[in-house]
Design a protein around this ligand. Structure first.
Ligand code: ADP
Length: 254
């Protein structure tokens, strides 16, 4: 599905990003595994290589313009090109609106939105001469609905969705397609392991599929959007949420 493609994934040292890097590799891509925690990126890359895949691990802070450029350059140097960027690196906080500080807003928007912008800009510069490329941004249901405590995180993800639309209208005719995958409640450390029993029960009630998603279920959608089969999809958001955002009243229970 992704044979001969070269992918870069940010925040790929653990969780969803790790699952995305492993899945793109399993489908045939060579992968630059990047994370602000360089040791975890290298561990994931080494494990992909041990399994017979092509991967390198590097330390990248997505909020640094130089690092964003280095991410794209590493793909070109190591694997001869750059076809796919997955903007997955993210940080989060849950604070009520009045408790959210200017620093919280700057820090979270700086990584989740501006970091994705910088990595995309560097990647697109390498993609345009080839007339093809795919950018997949990991958004969130928190960017589509107002959740309590989500001023900073939700704003950053809503901004990312709009950035995707602008990029897609500017770049689609040049062969670069840009989309979002918005995970719902996914069983990763960041999203769920901190959930208490009451929160877990609430999610099971609110999600029509009656369960959390897995990182792999998000990764499969990313792989599809990166593939040649998704050749007429741009500027959109695919929610991977077990029906969560479609649900209305769910009083009837089996
Ligand atoms: P998820 O639940 O989405 O997998 P995690 O917090 O487990 O969330 O993963 C997010 C990843 O993003 C982590 O590996 C983290 O080190 C990485 N990350 C956070 N900030 C940055 C940054 N500025 N640059 C690159 N990677 C980052």
């Amino acid at each position: 599905m992704l044979n001969n493609k070269v992918a870069t994934v940010t925040g790929a040292g653990r969780g969803m990003g790790e699952a995305i890097a492993r899945t793109l590799s399993a489908k045939g891509a060579a992968v630059v595994v990047s994370d602000i925690d360089g040791a975890t990126a290298e561990t994931v890359a080494a494990s992909i290589r041990d399994g017979g895949g092509k991967a390198v691990g590097i330390r990248i802070d997505v909020s640094s313009e130089d690092d964003a450029a280095r991410l794209a350059e590493t793909a070109v140097q190591e694997f001869g090109g750059l076809d796919i960027l997955v903007n997955n690196a993210g940080i989060s906080t849950t604070k009520l609106f009045l408790e959210t500080t200017k620093q919280d807003m700057e820090r979270i928007i700086g990584v989740n939105l501006i970091g994705a912008f910088l990595c995309a800009q560097a990647a697109v510069r390498h993609m345009l001469p080839n007339g093809s490329g795919r950018i997949i941004n990991i958004a969130s249901l928190s960017g589509q609905r107002g959740g309590i405590g989500r001023s900073a995180y939700g704003s950053s993800k809503a901004g990312l969705e709009l950035l995707t639309k602008v990029m897609s209208v500017e770049l689609a005719a040049k062969g670069v397609l840009v989309n979002n995958v918005a995970p719902g409640a996914i069983a990763t450390q960041m999203a769920v392991e901190q959930h208490d029993a009451k929160t877990r029960e609430a999610y099971h009630y609110l999600i029509p599929q009656r369960r959390y998603g897995t990182p792999e279920e998000v990764a499969f959608m990313v792989a599809f959007l990166a593939s040649d089969e998704a050749s007429h999809v741009s500027g959109t958001t695919v929610n991977v949420d077990g029906g969560f955002l479609s649900a209305g009243l769910m009083f009837e229970r089996e």
